[in-house]
Design a protein. Structure first.
Length: 182
């Protein structure tokens, strides 16, 4: 009788462990899906950047440093291999685009350019989509990371190699106000 009770308890414990493992896999898949959604929006944004750069380059008086930062950040993102590298480079390009649009306020002829305005409107829409995708990603990461750090799922996560994912955070320099000088 004692053997049967022990076997039943052991079976329940194994079933519980399998349930936790499956939940961790499901939450990890949500995180990966959320990041791939961000990646798709970023690809769409990055496809627009060369057009934006070419439009702005037509204005010889325009400050080229902002363009160089955008191009460099875009290239680093495209060659990034890890989630952490992609997040870091994405934050850099978000800041560079913000500075670009702030600086354009000093160039009325650029603001009057229809191609530039169309590209800017498309990028603003994509930025809104990226923001929503980041919220979903961060929510998925929160749930997954919490499972990886709380008992008893912590035991299963550690034994089967489940690792925490990084959050998308705003970089400190992005929190600063952009200074536009006329």
């Amino acid at each position: 009788m004692i053997l049967i009770v022990v076997l039943v308890l052991l079976a329940l414990l194994v079933a519980y462990g399998v349930g936790i493992y499956n939940k961790l896999v499901k939450e990890r898949n949500f995180v990966e899906e959320a990041f791939s959604t961000i990646d798709a929006y970023l690809k769409k944004r990055y496809d627009l950047i060369p057009n934006l750069v070419e439009t702005v380059k037509g204005y010889k008086d325009y400050e080229g440093g902002a363009l160089e930062r955008i191009i460099a950040a875009r290239n680093r993102y495209m060659s990034a291999t890890t989630t952490e590298e992609k997040i870091e480079n994405e934050n850099m390009i978000t800041g560079a685009l913000g500075r670009l649009f702030s600086i354009t306020e000093a160039y009325p002829e650029l603001k009057a350019n229809q191609n530039f305005m169309k590209l800017q409107d498309e990028l603003v829409k994509i930025e809104e989509d990226i923001l929503q995708a980041r919220k979903y990603y961060n929510g998925s990461v929160r749930v997954y990371n919490t499972m990886c750090e709380t008992f008893p799922s912590l035991i299963v996560a550690n034994n089967f190699g489940f690792k925490k994912y990084p959050f998308f955070k705003v970089e400190e320099e992005e929190r600063q106000n952009v200074k536009v000088q006329f």
